[in-house]
Design a binder for this molecule. Structure first.
Ligand code: HEC
Length: 141
């Protein structure tokens, strides 16, 4: 892994969780180990947690909005599998801040499956055309 872009202001829960992952593998992750999205959750906690909040992965990376490199809180966004893959390859939607290809290949697929299923847990609005019908995305394919 490249050095973290800039030093974290605090030993946040996300960083702690990422460090603990090597030891026990499930710290902060709400997806259970037999779950098909578990690998993606672990990868997300390792690679994406510095910048994105997503409760299912136990990450709080969006907490400090003063830092420009903080990504959107994914609890508040509904993301499709394709959109997550696009963001991973392109470096976010704008291509400006998020590093490209933090994960690739099967790992990118696993992260995308996990994010598509678990992002948007705090979204409270009617479904949009082309999106899953429920904000919880529990009926995602
Ligand atoms: C260095 C910080 C950083 C890391 C690490 C990071 N991101 Fe991002 N991400 C951002 C920023 C900033 C944006 C918003 C700007 C943009 O879209 O270009 C973003 C945007 C996104 C978006 C689009 C969200 C939306 O609805 O606009 C997705 C999806 C996403 N990231 C997923 C991921 C995944 C998955 C990972 C781990 C593989 C990851 N990010 C790692 C900073 C980061």
């Amino acid at each position: 892994m490249p050095p973290v872009l800039r030093k974290f202001p605090l030993p946040t829960a996300a960083v702690a969780a990422a460090l603990l992952l090597g030891a026990c593998g499930s710290e902060g992750i709400e997806v259970s180990q037999g779950d098909p999205e578990y690998d993606g959750a672990v990868l997300f906690a390792e690679r994406c947690s510095g910048c994105h909040t997503l409760s299912a992965a136990g990450t709080e990376g969006s907490a400090n909005r003063a830092l420009r490199n903080q990504g959107p809180n994914l609890n508040e966004r509904i993301e499709s599998h394709e959109d997550v893959l696009y963001a991973i390859r392109n470096g976010g939607f704008s291509g400006a801040i998020m590093p490209q290809n933090i994960v690739v290949g099967d790992e990118a697929e696993a992260v995308a499956a996990f994010v598509a299923k678990h992002a948007g847990s705090e979204v409270d609005r009617p479904p949009q055309p082309g999106e899953e019908s429920s904000a919880s995305a529990s009926d995602a394919p």
